[in-house]
Ligand binder design. Structure first.
Ligand code: ATP
Ligand code: MG
Ligand code: MG
Length: 384
């Protein structure tokens, strides 16, 4: 009996546990919160990630450890890796946790990135703006997620000034650090969800297009409607980074398409929201392949089953019935309480044809009163 330990007990751990059941796996989830939603399906160890006694108990009960979120303290991941195999490896995790180190790695690996600069002081912010140009985004180097810890600076007068950005985030320059990035007026946001096995075998799911609202993922479409050459470039970037990091498991590489170019935004060292569609839309889901990878088992085919669109439910769940009624639609409730901005569930629509996908999305969107959420996806599908 193999027990997989997961640090973090959110919806990703929950979906990993559910997907691992057919493989006969046991799970132990560690989280600081006793009501972590993965605890509804797997034994939960409540403890602080920096508490050695809690980590020691965790390590003693598992065969391999992985993560449901990327902000696990890097020292804790390293401590754990001295006692039990940990995938992805703590070096990769530590690097990716820092946007500055991450963007530097992208650049050093020959992957285009938006212009960026480290910011340590108010004067330094002015110098960074002069270097990367306007408009731009000030971000915390560490601990940001779902667009939190970001401030957009635009030219001209108004509220989006360097002073306002500093008032919002300046205090964090000495704690989690700050980075300034050029704002990319992208045509599309794309992501590569990929998996690398312990033996170095590398596979990607088809490229996914993503739409964000207020910095939070709203919808994903796979396969993205882009030409094969662009997709091949994206896959090549992901493969190079995976090799560079000696990565094992699933990760997502977020990209901006601007003109014919792809610019890397960030890498998420875990199963990713933009890969949730793979649950029903691919031969093997990102969740099951992540488990296969960390256990050193053969990877499953990442081939698409038709066309898929995932819709995120943020804050509160809509009525499930219109989704449950629609052919090709699937419902996921994470068992979390409602809270503004919180990811509480998602739906995936999977169909054999592009036209069918647009039709189901239109109907479900109208019945749920979510026309605005499905509109950009339908527009993309009907572009021809
Ligand atoms: P998550 O980890 O949840 O994806 P995050 O908090 O790490 O989010 P980012 O991915 O860096 O944040 O940014 C969130 C969103 O904000 C992006 O998906 C994109 O829509 C927008 N954004 C971020 N950086 C830029 C940029 N340099 N140019 C244009 N848009 C950007
Ligand atoms: Mg992120
Ligand atoms: Mg992101």
């Amino acid at each position: 009996m193999t027990t997989v330990g997961i640090l973090g007990g959110g919806q990703l751990a929950r979906m990993l546990a559910l997907s691992g059941a057919p493989l006969g796996l046991r799970f132990l989830v560690m989280d600081t919160q006793p009501d972590a939603c993965a605890g509804q399906f797997a034994p939960l160890l409540v403890g602080d990630y920096r508490d050695e006694a809690a980590l020691a108990e965790f390590a003693s009960k598992i065969d391999v450890a992985t993560f449901d979120f990327e902000n696990v303290p890097a020292e804790s991941a390293k401590w754990l890796s001295e006692r039990v195999p940990v995938f992805p490896n703590p070096r990769a995790l530590g690097l990716i946790q820092d946007r500055l180190a991450e963007k530097t790695l992208f650049r050093d690996t020959g992957i285009p990135v938006p212009a960026f600069a480290d910011v340590t002081s108010r004067e330094g912010l002015d110098a960074a703006i002069a270097q990367v140009g306007m408009p731009c985004i000030l971000k915390t180097r560490r601990l940001g997620y779902d667009g939190k810890g970001q401030f957009r600076i635009r030219p001209g007068t108004g509220e989006a000034t360097a002073d306002a950005a500093w008032a919002a985030l300046g205090a964090q320059a000495q704690t989690v650090g700050l980075i300034l990035e050029a704002f990319v007026p992208f045509e599309r946001e794309l992501s590569v969800v990929a998996v690398r096995g312990r033996d170095g075998e590398f596979r990607t799911w088809p490229l996914t297009e993503n739409w964000h609202v207020d910095g939070v993922l709203s919808a994903s479409l796979a396969p993205a409607r882009v030409d094969d050459a662009l997709a091949a470039t994206a896959f090549d970037y992901a493969r190079r980074l995976a090799g560079e990091l000696d990565y094992v498991g699933v990760f997502a590489l977020e990209l901006f398409q601007h003109g014919g170019d792809l610019l890397a935004n960030e890498l998420a060292p875990r199963v990713h929201n933009s890969g949730h569609w793979s649950h029903e839309g691919a031969e093997t889901s990102q969740f099951q392949n992540h488990l296969r990878a960390v256990l050193g088992r053969p990877l499953g085919a990442t081939t698409m089953r038709g066309h898929a669109c995932m819709l995120n439910w943020i804050g509160e769940l809509p009525d499930p019935d219109p989704v449950l009624r629609a052919a090709g639609a699937h419902w996921h409730d994470y068992g979390k309480s409602s809270r503004p901005g919180r990811k509480v569930g998602h739906a995936t629509v999977r169909t054999d044809s592009v036209t069918g996908l647009a039709q189901v999305l239109e109907r479900v969107g109208a019945e749920l009163g979510r026309d605005a959420q499905v509109a950009p996806v339908i527009a993309r599908l009907r572009e021809g």
